[in-house]
Design a protein around this ligand. Structure first.
Ligand SMILES: [Zn+2]
Length: 327
């Protein structure tokens, strides 16, 4: 089966978790950033999730190193160009890359400078059609920075930014703590997706739906509550499922735990994505290959790819263009 044909759009992809060792070393050398090693092969060990990773929290520790090279305009530009070029070479035609501007301000950049740099870089490159999703971060002291992120999403909405997200340790900092951020996003009529039902259960997905999320990051635990599944179906809220990432964070024990069958039967739409290509050592076509190995037929892979395009934060005209690649 030509599963690669359907791996054309990724709408849940983090910039920091998807950097190549090559570009990290390149930027680190240019900017005098200290890395534990400058050997491509050895650096992968620091970037990829360990085999015995126990939780989402441990998984998230893999992001501190790539974030070192995302603290300058040069680093942001080079790293994002490198990612978009690789995605294009893998056969993707569209991607929504997400990142948290507040994580790139450690060396003096403002959030606005971070977003401006990325928006400009995305607009100038010719590798792939790409948009940005700006992530708010879960945490104790992130509210002020999050509010600034939502303001920036408003300022750059339609100029390369297409939505807002909430990322970070879901089990430690539940959605309800970030109501204000999403009330503001709603006031500005910004679309948003919220990571939910990954490290936490169906209640987390329910709260994200109530907060007005148009899509749910992961959402695999929604099947634990029939009412939540009904809500997803009723409001046509699409799940952004990332199989390899779920396996790595121990959100599932094996691929067979992924609730594809229950979701399909309930009429809930879901999409297939990578989440973090480097941390999880994956690419979109490998995720589609996983599904084909799980027994999904070609028409079903096509359906998941069409779901992805339908759920993308782009215009109907752009969706029609993308669908032509897989119909
Ligand atoms: Zn994610």
């Amino acid at each position: 089966m030509n599963y690669k044909k359907y791996a054309i759009a990724d709408i849940h992809l983090h910039l920091d978790g998807s950097l190549s060792s090559k570009v990290i070393i390149e930027v680190a050398k240019e900017e005098g950033i200290k890395l534990p090693t400058y050997c491509l092969h050895k650096l992968n060990k620091y970037l990829r999730v360990p085999k015995n990773c126990q939780s989402l929290n441990e998984y998230l520790e893999r992001f501190s190193l790539p974030n070192l090279v995302l603290q300058s305009k040069n680093g942001l530009r080079k790293c994002s160009l490198d990612l978009l070029e690789r995605l294009s070479k893998q056969g993707l035609k569209y991607c929504e890359v997400r990142m948290a501007p507040q994580l790139s301000t450690a060396q003096g950049l403002t959030q606005k400078e971070v977003v401006e740099t990325l928006v400009t870089t995305f607009a100038e490159q010719k590798f792939i059609r790409a948009n940005l999703i700006l992530c708010c971060m879960r945490g104790k002291d992130t509210h002020e920075a999050n509010m600034e992120t939502v303001e920036l999403a408003k300022e750059f909405y339609g100029k390369g930014v297409v939505a807002v997200d909430l990322a970070g340790a879901e089990a430690l900092f539940p959605n309800e703590l970030f109501q204000k951020e999403f009330e503001l996003a709603k006031k500005y009529q910004l679309p948003y997706t919220i990571h939910s039902g990954e490290a936490s259960g169906a209640k987390s997905v329910e709260s994200a739906i109530k907060m007005g999320a148009l899509r749910i990051g992961h959402g695999i635990h929604s099947v634990e509550d029939k009412n939540v599944v009904k809500l997803l179906e009723k409001h046509v809220i699409c799940l952004e499922i990332c199989p390899k990432s779920n396996l790595d964070t121990k959100a599932i024990k094996s691929y067979s735990d992924l609730p594809f069958k229950q979701l399909k039967e309930a009429g809930v739409k879901f999409t297939i994505n990578t989440d973090n290509m480097t941390v999880s050592n994956t690419e979109l076509w490998k995720e589609y290959r996983t599904l084909s190995k799980l027994g999904f037929k070609e028409n079903e892979l096509q359906e998941f790819a069409l779901n992805t395009i339908d759920a993308a934060f782009i215009s109907d005209a752009e969706k029609i263009v993308l669908k032509k690649f897989i119909i």
